[in-house]
Ligand binder design. Sequence first.
Ligand code: NAD
Length: 493
Amino acid sequence: MQEGINRLRQQSIANASLFIDGAWREAESGGRMDVISPIDGRIITTIADADRSDVDLAVAAARNAFKKGSWSKAAPAERRKVLLKLADLVESHALELAVLGVRDNGTEISMALKAEPASCAQTFRYYAEAIDKLYGEIAPTAPGILGLVHREPVGVVAAIVPWNFPMMIAAWKIAPALAAGNSVVLKPAEGASLTLLKLAELASRAGLPDGVLNVVTGRGAIAGEALGLSMDVDVLAFTGSGPVGRRLLEYSARSNLKRVYLELGGKSPNIVFADAPDLAKAAQVSMNGIFRNSGQVCVAGSRLLVEKSIHADFCAQLVALATDMRVGDPLDLRTQAGAVSSEAQLAKNLSHVESALAEGARLRGGGKRILQETGGFYMQPTVLEATPGMGIAREEVFGPVLTVIPFESEGEALQIANGTDYGLASAVWTGNLSRAHRMIRGLKAGVVHVNTYGGTDITVPLGGVKQSGNGHDKSLHAFEKYLDLKTAWIDLT
Ligand code: NAD
């Protein structure tokens, strides 16, 4: 496989256009943005820089397609056929898509292969298979009345996604939205658009009618804002940072009150008790749980809480593993952590470390940029010992930075774990079944892992509580975001 990857990394990448109404178009302004590869800091291609007029065009194409009905009114089994074909096409282009994505965002290829095309194809297949198995309801009303509950597609769905796992996260939104019969306008992140443009091409080849899936690339503050303020978008599904999530809620209030679903960040606690069944495994899995993809994972276990009696040994083990981690060329299959997505993100990560040290945190390992001869943006896996009140123990870094905090009792662990504004993921390592269940009940988080970290599947929902968001991606629950309920009240007398 490495040979194939090496061949693909040499290929030139054509300048990309917008995908609107089944055709490639330039932005009306003619604007373009450079795509800088985090692998070496070089420009690899350009993408179109959409503005409001392009977004309006894409939304109009989506609305027209919805009204036309060739997708929205197609039999669910027909939609299933097209989406299954798309899943097959994604799979047959998996290596090409994975390498293209890595050149764009720097994720190590071993992870990109699993998390990007493979998981994208699986997601399309899951929702394709589900859509002709959803039934309406008959309400238990009085006998003289027939109360029917229909499910209808909402209309036009906008999806705004981040750069860390573009195909996987976009599929979590657009697969259920499309399966349900909606039209979609997708806005990729500035730093990860290329694979999603390719996805639109494959969708068209699979038989998705023109206008049903549109992709507008460009800047969040311009193209993203235009989608947020559009009067003709019915639902906006977002994954990204809290500050942008807040803006989207404002845009909705200032425009048509579109429903906004937010999947935001986290500062997820990973809690290791002294009675964990296998501390060596806990250290290894915890290390992967924060440092894979250079920590750019929304559910990363970025706060490690360790029971005081094992704190010193456990930290030493973890720092040794982190120091040995193979960080570097993302297109080498042996690499365990690739590049940080951009120079700006790298600078942000380093400034978090600097502020933590200024606040009194203790650096146990890493903390520096890794300079490669080939250029690019790399950072050492970093371990900091901190106290719960410090900024580094509360704010999301979204980089390879782990904060370690000791605790003395179960109650204290829970108090620290729940002591941030976030509530996305969490984990508990213990051999005590009752304690595991108490912790599952006590932790304010969308997911609680027990004696593992980061395992997931399309069959289970992913979503946050508190300021980590609302709504859920994945599982059959995701349909709830993209289907309206309509009641028919029929007098039978
Ligand atoms: P970001 O919020 O900066 O950008 C996300 C998307 O929003 C991009 O497409 C961007 O162009 C767009 N955007 C930016 N400004 C906008 C605006 N004013 N109006 C409309 N759209 C705008 O986030 P990011 O840096 O791409 O991703 C990192 C963040 O995403 C982290 O906080 C991370 O935790 C979060 N994330 C969450 C999940 C989850 O499932 N909860 C998954 C992955 C990432």
